[in-house]
Design a protein around this ligand. Sequence first.
Ligand code: AMP
Length: 534
Amino acid sequence: MRLLTTVAALRCYLTKCRWENKLLYPDTPVLDEQTNWFKTSIGLVTTMGNLHQGHLSLIARARRDNLTVIVTIFVNPLQFGPHEDYQSYPRTWEADCLLCEQAGVDAIFAPTPENIGVPQQNSQEIPITQVIPPSAMIVGLCGRFRPGLFQGVATILTKLFNLVQPDRAYFGQKDGQQLAIIQRLVADLNLPIEIIACPTVREASGLALSSRNQYLTSIEKEQAAVLFTAMRVAEAAFRAGVRHSSELIALVQQRIFMVSHVCLEYIELVDPTTLMSLETIQEEGMLAIAARLGSTRLIDNIILRDRQPIIAIDGPAGAGKSTVARLVADRLGLIYLDTGSMYRAVTWLVLKEGMSIDDECAIAELVNQCKIELTQNPDLQHPVKVWIDNHDVTQDIRSLEVTSQVSAIAAQSAVRRALVKQQQNWGKRGGLVAEGRDIGTHVFPDAEIKIFLTASVSERARRRQSDFSRQGQPEVSLEELERDIAERDWKDSHRKVSPLQKAADAIEVQTDGMSISEVTAQIIDHYQQCLSRY
Ligand code: AMP
């Protein structure tokens, strides 16, 4: 792991590592043949140090997705007010380096304010160019109590984004207002960076991990857990049908007032993307809270989402994911998100428009303008009707011509990016079953139900052999099939980037000796148990 403290050293390091990544992986972003995810060169995790499991979860995610992971450690003077804890903010350089090393970070960039061109002191008259997010996003929530905070955050992040030029940058949902502002910043300034939101990591008590927790005594820590338990009360009410902001907020307040030392700064219900205040929740809302315990200020939030559940099924090749996913969707009346057919639909449109398959720019334009729809179809062979620009292409996308070109189209990163975004947009409404190799870890990390479907190598070889004989194909020996499958598994799970991994919150279904209908029944049973917990 490299430790870099100057902009000059960082630039030099980045040039070298981009060059090496290109040599090692000439096709980056390297596309996974079967999933919707593509690997990228550089992932960035920005922190103020004093690393804990929350930061480490971002780093672990970045490690999975990227060839190179860079962590920045910089206590940013621009985001501290004059009476805030800039000087006393916990700085634990050696422990941080060790944690980064253990987490497989490639380089830490830890500049001094001077080196990165930021004044040591925050003041009214900062002599540098600053980035000011839209005022509607910074006047509420934390912005009301910490003026200048998000201007400081946006300015330093723009500098770090420009310096590192990462493909992806990782941020915690814990800082929900910051996350929304960064997403807006990247969109407004057309920065070619994908912002990945990562779930909040909590202590067993529910208290969100934060560097500032170490200011708390053990009694205060216990008391601080009320922030989360109070939000859970509102969440339970929301699930029971309460939609009005005033009622939900009152529930949180009542619960918090029971703990005398917790002094509420704000509790608000806002749209998680625009941060506009909500009177009622239509689709989703962010319940955000800030409170003080003594002199320590804590923040937290939860997302209240009114959507049908998403079932994410991942697992190794040949485990029967697509058959099972179709059946589960059919039985539960959910939509089978047939991602393969989306790529086929785009291919069909490219061919219909007479575009060259190599014209990536034209295809990028097309894929961002076309409208794909998937609707339920009673025919179990084709359980999804596929529409593109109002044409029903369910049958046409199965043509030989489309089949022969679809992998070339799916290999284009602009196509992948647009379709994953589309899938995630549909995910907002929920009611989907999707399968692949990183649906639960990447495409829908907040899916309610995650299944890791697997089977032993010998079982998958047997299944493949009988598929071949059913299709009248020449016989391949079991040994040969087993060797192929084992090799593919090894490759899938040992790739430096996006290895096949079971999501931490997925349940594993080992399907050896089980029939398709038994597997389907087990998943449906799990789904029903999960729903009854809500
Ligand atoms: P900080 O060092 O506090 O500036 O945080 C750096 C990054 O870590 C930000 O993207 C935070 O949102 C994220 N982060 C901090 N605490 C947590 C947590 N408990 N869970 C997940 N992410 C977190």
